[in-house]
Write a protein that binds this ligand. Sequence first.
Ligand SMILES: [Zn+2]
Length: 485
Amino acid sequence: MTSVRTLGAALTGLILAGCGGSGPDPETGLMALTGATVIDGTGGPAFEDGVVLVRGDELACVGSAADCPVPDGTPRTDLTGHFITPGLVDAHVHFDQTGWLDGRPEALATDVYPYDETIQYLWDDPGRWHRAFLCSGITAVYDVGGAVWTVTDEQATDTDRPDRAHVRAAGPLITHVDYNAPFMVGMLADQPVFLPMQSEADIAEDIAFLQSIGAQAVKVWYLRPDPDDAERLDALLMAAGEAADAAGLPLLVHATDLREAKLALRAGAFMLVHSVGDQPVDQEFLDLLIANDTFYAPTLIVGGNWNEAVIAASEQNVSVIDDPNGCVDAALRDRISNIAAYEDFAGQLSAEDIAQRRADYMEEMDIMQANLLAVYEAGVRIVTSTDSGNPLTLHGAAINPEMEAMQAAGLPASAIIEMSTRAGADAMGMADRFGTLEAGKLADLIVLSSDPRADIANMRDLTHVMRAGFLLEQSDLQLYTAPVE
Ligand SMILES: [Zn+2]
């Protein structure tokens, strides 16, 4: 038997029940979390036996018991033995992708799962991913590219609801990639995911369009150009940077090779949305990152997950998913389990192909992890980012293996906590509202039963999520409960 509970239902229950008797004091509007070790995300020392006082949707006081005396009569939630951090921020997600092989324009098995039906299905319920994010302790996300609705549909982007994560969204991507490529087919006509980049006139039109729909960034998808055409396209990337700057929008660039990533930095990139993975970074690259104060979004796990999804289709094996907190909903689990839908792909990869794919990815991962450490040691601003929505990089759940891959690269857990909270809020331009636990900011936080400073894998031990002052037990946010044997 499975049970599915939505945050909407949980919030209704919460309001009716007054948070199990621990709703705010009716006179002062205050409630208190006491006894936990509070890691406020500012980089200062943690508060042992700390106090978090919440009034309405905001933090009223965060500190030691002496800093934040709890007025008599204030309802308390005793969290002794627990750890509190700001809510997590995933700085690279895609609302218009499912997390499986059906969710991209070049999807496999479109006879079973027609792509236009899948995108309509995604558009019909963006709240689905908000529920997955909150279930995983993620209270804010940066959607760095997608269909028009990802910026225009308020069900996706309305950030002032306690049952939603905060969102900043870039909308359709500007790219030089050929419009006849398989990527481009199957999109809804009035919902483009890609905009052309063949001339300066294209770019001007694209940016005017992005402004007209309310896009909050300009994302350029810049793949390694054909050497014969590189000079022309490189100049267009620079032009896109100038046009984004003139429009007052941050430039986000997908450029995974060192040459193109440097060019993106020269074009004024505010964020590189992936690691450099083709070769070790050099001092010139690090100097450009520092000079531009650019955010670096490593997305370490997405490539390996893609590989495993394709291998699963070829081998006709159902993928084992990493879902530490029951945040992958039953509908998505059903699609991942229905590997028979991909039977046309069975056996398309030989054992040698599969071994080669895995070896190539391990080699790329080694380069990306060494580059991440170099970027960290140079003092660059790094944001935790999963690229969720891509096959087997699951909205919400992917944040844990991503943080663990950052730790495996040699980054200290305490630094990863900051990259997963304050830095993400900074990248979203919303650090005045969330990202650290300080009086006056929104009460967005998570509670853990083990210390994330000791091992970032302890971020899996999520017991509560507070969004805008609503404290929920993680078990009430779960979208999937394993059947009882
Ligand atoms: Zn992406």
